[in-house]
Design a protein. Structure first.
Ligand SMILES: Cc1ncc(COP(=O)(O)O)c(C=O)c1O
Length: 167
């Protein structure tokens, strides 16, 4: 790792260690911590050797990289993930047909928002929200010029400020 880091520094590259299969060994100190060994970034799956729910982690010790990651991942990728997680949840506790119904309902709301961007109720900080029917979810979004950004797809029993820090 240290040799690779030296090469990365020489050419101005960022060194990422893919720990998808090694996360458990790293957490258990049976494999050196790549961040301590020189990697800028460490990625991992949460559901393989960590045995958790399907998700992923991107770790870094570098404040600048963390800020850049935050800007990309929240809310851009996160709101997508909210909806995907909800569908997955319904497939697990219900059936693939229930998950498909969730996706269809989500699509209906998305199409409505495209047609009528200001249909959602006003919230603070320029946000608006619209409830899904059938499923207890609320879509929180904001518009700017002709761009719309979905910030959160929130289960209604989540704490009220869930996703509040997403910009
Ligand atoms: C080496 C490696 N990295 C990353 C991934 C992606 O992991 P995930 O399934 O969490 O997206 C995989 C998946 O098998 C993998 O084998």
């Amino acid at each position: 790792m240290r040799e690779l880091r030296a090469v990365a520094d020489e050419v101005g590259a960022t060194l990422l260690f893919d720990g998808a299969h090694l996360a458990g060994l790293i957490a258990g100190h049976a494999w050196p911590n790549p961040l301590a060994e020189g990697a800028h970034l460490l990625t991992m799956s949460t559901y393989k050797s960590l045995g958790g729910p399907p998700s992923g982690l991107v770790l870094t010790n570098d404040a600048d990289i963390a800020a850049r990651l935050d800007a990309i991942a929240f809310p851009g990728l996160t709101a997508n993930f909210d909806a995907a997680k909800a569908a997955k949840y319904y497939a697990r506790i219900g059936s693939p047909a229930v998950a498909a119904k969730f996706v269809a309902e989500f699509r209906r709301v998305a199409e409505r928002l495209v047609e009528y961007p200001s249909i959602g109720s006003r919230r603070s900080r320029g946000r608006r929200d619209i409830s899904m029917s059938i499923f207890p979810y609320t879509v929180i979004y904001r518009t700017s010029g002709d761009t719309m950004l979905v910030l959160v797809v929130k289960h209604d029993s989540r704490r009220p400020n869930y996703g509040g820090s997403r910009k």
